[in-house]
Ligand binder design. Sequence first.
Ligand SMILES: CC(C)(COP(=O)(O)OP(=O)(O)OC[C@H]1O[C@@H](n2cnc3c(N)ncnc32)[C@H](O)[C@@H]1OP(=O)(O)O)[C@@H](O)C(=O)NCCC(=O)NCCS
Length: 401
Amino acid sequence: MFEVRPSKTSEEFAQAIYGIGQYFGAPLTEERTERFSKILPFDRMHAALDDGTIVGGAGAFPFQFSVPGGVLPCGGVTVVGVSATHRRRGVLRAMMDAQLRDIHERGEPIAALWASEETIYGRFGYGIAAWAGDVKIPHTWNAYERPLERRGRTRFVTNEEAQTLFPPVWDALMRERPGVFQRTEAWWELRRLRMPEEEQANPKQFVVLELDGSVQAYAIYRLFPNFDDGSFDARLEVSEVIGVTPEATAEIWRYVLDIDLYGTLTCSLIPVDHPLFLLLANPRRARYRVGDSLWMRLVDVGAALSGRKYVRDGSIVFDVRDAVCPWNEGRWKLEDGAAVRTDAAAEIALDVSGLGSAYLGAVSFAQLRDGMRLEELSDGAVQKADALFGWRPLPWCPEIF
Ligand SMILES: CC(C)(COP(=O)(O)OP(=O)(O)OC[C@H]1O[C@@H](n2cnc3c(N)ncnc32)[C@H](O)[C@@H]1OP(=O)(O)O)[C@@H](O)C(=O)NCCC(=O)NCCS
């Protein structure tokens, strides 16, 4: 049997992260270990030991995370990996078990992650909870459908300036949409705005849009110049563009779309209800490709269901199966925004991963039923649940963690 416990020293921390690092060819140097430990505390990095040797690791960022109508503590599951020498011997299962218990004991009612493969996490109670996709917009197809009268002013800022100017814009996104985690100061500095050595040739550009006397949007992007067949064919890689209002979003996107000399603009992780698709005159030319993004897990069903808002008052009774977190098993009645244990007859029976999928509003109970992920036990229950859970705008997590 393997022992799974939080890492205690920086050496253990680095070895546990190497569980995944070995697949990315990235051994942790002392400097990188120290940097990473500023956003992931040692005791949030579980290590799996086989006879004293670390053979895997699983981390969980201590997030504050936006859910429909509110913010909840959340385990942001990350750097999960098992040494190639120990695969398929139950190490991941042991780590997931220990990590979910830890998240539960810490009072974080939900957990979120990005999956390297869709086949891994369903068995541990996670469900696909948001969709996002990539665009590849040719410069020639960058026009808007309607004329845009630009009122704002864009200007470059340094990464030190960005450190104070960007967070309020991000925080506004967090208030607007579910699926956004709060970035700490260290996160901004070390994850989002850092200029690593290897990026020096094509450094990140930071731009703000000022409108009506305040910063209302920002953009982070890099240009990769290329001269092909006698013409410029650069790639403009947009890593983050966020605005606090539809007007600011339209203006900052107009700014990046108008940059000269690029052939194709690429941007990832865009939600399906992003305004860009109706701003563009030729959205089809953006070659949008959608896939799963965030996966959610209700670690404490009662607290999680009570911790988000609903579109209207009403009630529904779920019969929840949860093989990994047995404290969630059984019937729960959601009534007027609060979830409590009940003996009432269940209207919908489902695995806890189904509730994770429906939680942020991107996956409907009708989709879960049609995808054979739930049983409707009384007529109209699915419609009733969708009337409560449906939420707009859709969840959006603009950064893979
Ligand atoms: C994915 C990974 C963590 C699995 O670890 P592991 O210790 O081999 O997994 P376990 O032996 O505990 O398997 C637990 C269950 O998950 C299944 N499983 C594990 N990896 C799987 C995969 N990639 N696809 C489908 N099923 C998988 C196992 O078959 C087992 O199923 P069972 O419970 O029905 O018997 C490991 O292979 C790995 O490190 N891969 C590369 C890095 C990676 O992808 N990490 C995830 C980052 S999000």
